[in-house]
Design a protein around this ligand. Structure first.
Ligand SMILES: Nc1nc2c(c(=O)[nH]1)N[C@H]1C(S)=C(S)[C@@H](COP(=O)(O)OP(=O)(O)OC[C@H]3O[C@@H](n4cnc5c(N)ncnc54)[C@H](O)[C@@H]3O)O[C@H]1N2
Ligand code: MOO
Length: 413
């Protein structure tokens, strides 16, 4: 098996995926999905000048010099509620009772809060402050002017964006369909969590791990199954699960052991391999194949290796299906521990970042066996030990790719 460099393998896998055609969904269904359109403000917010307070709309000049001792007395000629239009415009000496969010009457240019007024008799108001023009008025477009570019394709939709879209009058938004993902864990030694297991048996943990990672990547998990290392059982599970999903992720049986037959069985079913083995640690045995219209990602069984291989192949593929690629922040950091590695490989070592007193940024890398996955709890990213070099000493500077604050960019075909 000749191993592809990580970047070449990723490109081969991703180039084969076409983003799905966009569809319009009700706003709440779009939460967590990726926008498939740019959004330009279709109206101004607010749409016309409105009052920011409950009180009186006035002509500012009518309040000039007013205070508690010498209030200006105005005639109240109208009442305006939010969502209603004023019935008339203001003339000198007049005021309109007005409430928060209500449109300003013609002729008025300021609001007096009701706390600064006294009502001496019905139809009259005493204004006890002097207000400048514009006071407590929200002008047209104060929040947003019509025509302003607002959101761009590829952004992940959150609650605030949905609120703004609704403010613009949108009930639906354009997103991509969710890729349906089926997960198959293989291995005779596996026992489902919740049942008793003997010491030589292994609790099956990849189904939940992979399903959760798939969901984090926006996918819809439609099946999670466990299968024995039996050719007939595996073949029929592969065929069946692939037929109901855009992406099938398998774990285990990916390497060269006697019972590692997932790749061979896929080939026998007619799958064509885009990737088969990558110069990546952990995750070396990862493969990506096409079986009919389904993309199959074959992950190694070791949970630590499965996590990294998922992150490097399944996640970008699921995102691309949804029309986006992910750009992660990279920072330079010093390794807090040395590593010897295979020179031709990329090593991805999960860890956390620490800024020391002298301002230098260090990557705390943890012990990382392919079978371990404890190191991924709380990891902030991974240190990237690139190919072309075998030895890294404590204090050497490398790229640290952060998991938080990703940027999602629209796929350009
Ligand atoms: N002679 C060689 N042996 C191995 C090589 C190699 O190149 N030559 N590659 C090694 C590498 S790298 C990896 S990674 C592993 C992965 O191999 P498999 O994908 O075939 O994984 P399995 O053998 O099925 O399982 C490995 C390990 O992980 C445990 N496991 C598997 N599935 C689950 C699950 N669903 N939940 C929890 N744990 C699981 C399994 O019990 C094993 O301990 O191969 C190396 N070998
Ligand atoms: O993928 Mo294996 O995890 O390289 O050790």
């Amino acid at each position: 098996m000749s191993l592809s460099p990580l970047a070449t393998a990723r490109k081969a896998a991703l180039d084969a995926i076409q983003p799905a055609s966009p569809l319009r969904v009700p706003l709440l269904d779009a939460l967590g999905r990726f926008l498939a359109q740019d959004v330009v403000a279709s109206r101004s917010l607010p749409g016309c000048p409105v009052s920011a307070m409950d009180g009186y709309a006035v002509r500012a000049e009518d309040t000039s010099g007013s205070n508690r001792d010498r209030p200006a007395r105005l005639r109240v000629v109208d009442t305006v509620y939010a969502g209603h239009l004023p019935s008339r415009s203001l003339l000198p000496g007049e005021a309109s009772r007005i409430f928060t969010g209500a449109p300003l009457p013609e002729g008025s240019n300021a609001i007096v809060r009701q706390e600064a007024t006294v009502v001496p008799a019905e139809g009259l108001v005493d204004i006890c402050v002097s207000v400048p023009p514009g006071k407590d008025i929200r002008p047209t477009g104060e929040d947003l002017l019509a025509g302003t570019p607002l959101l761009r394709a590829g952004q992940r939709i959150d609650a605030s964006m949905l609120g703004v879209l609704a403010s613009l009058g949108d009930s639906h938004v354009l997103v991509r369909p969710l890729p349906r993902v089926a997960v198959l864990a293989t291995g005779d030694e596996l026992v489902p969590p919740g049942s008793p297991a003997l010491p030589h048996q292994v609790y099956e943990s990849n189904l939940i791990l992979v399903a959760a990672l798939a969901r984090e990547a926006g996918a819809l998990v439609v099946a999670q199954e466990r299968a024995r290392d039996d050719d007939e059982v595996l073949r029929s599970a592969l065929r069946r699960l692939a037929s109901g999903a855009e992406v099938l992720v398998t774990t285990g049986g990916a390497s060269v052991g006697d019972k590692d037959r997932v790749k061979g069985l896929l080939a026998g079913l007619g799958a064509s391999f885009l990737v088969d083995g990558v110069a990546l640690k952990p995750g070396k045995p990862v493969a990506v194949a096409r079986l009919g219209t389904t993309t199959v990602v074959v992950l190694p069984g070791n949970p630590g290796a499965a996590t990294v291989a998922f992150d490097q192949f399944a996640r970008p593929l699921l995102l691309r299906f949804q029309g986006v690629s992910e750009e992660r922040q990279r920072v330079r950091a010093r390794l807090d521990d040395g590593r010897h590695k295979q020179a031709g490989f990329t090593y991805l070592i999960s860890g956390t970042l620490e800024t020391r007193e002298d301002g230098q940024v260090w990557a705390r890398i943890r012990s990382q066996g392919a079978g371990q996955h404890l190191q991924n709890i709380g990891a902030e990213g991974h240190a990237v030990l690139p190919p072309g070099r075998a030895d890294f000493a404590e204090g050497d500077e490398v790229d640290f790719e952060r998991f938080d604050r990703p940027r999602f960019l629209p796929v350009v075909l």
